[in-house]
Write a protein that binds this ligand. Sequence first.
Ligand code: FES
Length: 126
Amino acid sequence: MALYSDKVMDHFRNPRNVGVIEDADGIGEVGNAKCGDIMKMYLKIEDEIITDVKFETFGCGSAIASSSMATELIKGKPVAEAMELTNKAVAEALDGLPDYKMHCSVLAEEAIQAALEDYQTKKSAS
Ligand code: FES
């Protein structure tokens, strides 16, 4: 059996939603100290709906595929729903990741959580 699913390879080779949102409503950046990979998420939110999401990932193929899939899973969704996104859901949507690569999907969950927290903080400050 191939180590990586077709979906992982597809999202690694053709990542969706790569880039930066200049006037983002929420930005989250996280890293994994062990492997040194970094992920940054940008969210555009209108009426509590995620209207746009982009990411920049400096990391392994699984991290890139996980970020790409995670953005697809939350785009167009309410903030409350995006908050529930787990790394398991990201990995499942990719048809699985090898055990030792599960931490890459954790990075995607954490980056989205961090961006949503940034959004909430900015919202309560305005
Ligand atoms: Fe660290 Fe993939 S090896 S995020």
